[in-house]
Design a protein around this ligand. Sequence first.
Ligand code: EPU
Length: 418
Amino acid sequence: MDKFFIHGGAHLRGTVSISGSKNSSLPILAATLLTRERCVIHRVPDLSDIRYMLEILRYLGADVSFSAGTVTVEARKVGWEAPYDLVRRMRASVCVLGPILARCGRSKVSLPGGCVIGDRPIDLHLRGLEALGTRITLSKGYVVAETSALTGTRLSLRGPHGSTVLGTDNVMMAACLARGTTIIEDAALEPEVADLARFLRAMGARIHGEGTGCLEIEGVEELHGAEHTVISDRIEAGTFAVAAAIVRGEILLENAPSEHMGSIIEALRQAGASVEEEKNGLRVQAGDPLRPFRLRTGTYPGFPTDMQAQFCALAVTVPGRSEIADEVFPNRFMHISELKRMGAHIDLRGNVAVIDGIPRLSGAPVMASDLRASAALVLAGLQAENTTTVSRVYHIDRGYERIDAKLRAVGANIERRP
Ligand code: EPU
């Protein structure tokens, strides 16, 4: 298992090129199962989560190749069972449920299981598929879904914490091949869902209303092959923006999707960082003193839960009291205890982190627990005195393409060692 050794205090300056979005690519790859024809997807980031998804597609019978950011999938035949050993590695694999069901009339997918960011039920996915005429049974850790004919209907995907991203994806993909029209109310507004809708449309699906909260999907007999380029990763861009702010440096985020980053840009400005749009991307620049800030995560266009941990790391370095609440995943605070080991003053009150900033963190050995928490520890290490070692780096490799190389290129002193 690799570790990162970060010698903090280096000034960061330069350009980072933002990769294609992980959370767009995963459901788009699952959607290729909806057709027997060839699909070609460009700008797919080379991440371990993407490799897991490609393994699942191969297991299900698809021919898959991945080279220089382009994935080609041809699923002439599709198996209907995704076993525990494959699904347990990545929660997003649950988004093969809808496509397999639509293509085969039945689907057996292992329940994704626990996750350190909190309880992650899939009741809304199942409720939506049931509304389309699917019989769902849970047996021995598996979801078994069967239908004689998916049938369009009106349904809502509203849950206790708002809508569901992958649940909207699953139901939208199944509805593409249903008889008649499906209306999904309280659909997720995230740009990654809209990107999937664009890909499905390129495959021949009839979808309207993505990004409005109400999706209308007219079912078609079959879908065909298509080519698509994935949008830029707003969370990767946000993470590098925080890297610039935390060391009071300056980074140009090339290809950053500024149109999807409104709440992140607003949060950076609230903290006193400068964010300017340029022809090639976003320039983020920060100097002392930054200001304390208050944030509350929410579904899009609210502030993303996937940026909560990174802004906790930033708040730790800003004099005064900041408050950050997570309303989407109220238990997603695994980074707090590790940040405290680096000297941070954080009091967790329910789902609110109350943070009293200090001038400089102190380097320490810390352990990555999940993707975004790990990113927060790397960011903290960039600012800390002395050396921070981050172990279990495989969590970061799930969602950031060569984060160490990209940080080194803008001046960070970070090494990866086995
Ligand atoms: N929820 C339910 N029932 C469901 C599904 C979700 O109650 O059936 C609740 C969840 O417990 C949570 C909220 O609804 O409180 C939102 O969860 P959502 O279903 O939207 O999450 P997801 O689709 O499983 C995606 C991203 C996550 C991101 C969330 C929220 C992918 C592959 N994953 O997960 O990304 O945090 O949306 O925006 O798109 C990450 O990239 O680090 C990551 C965890």
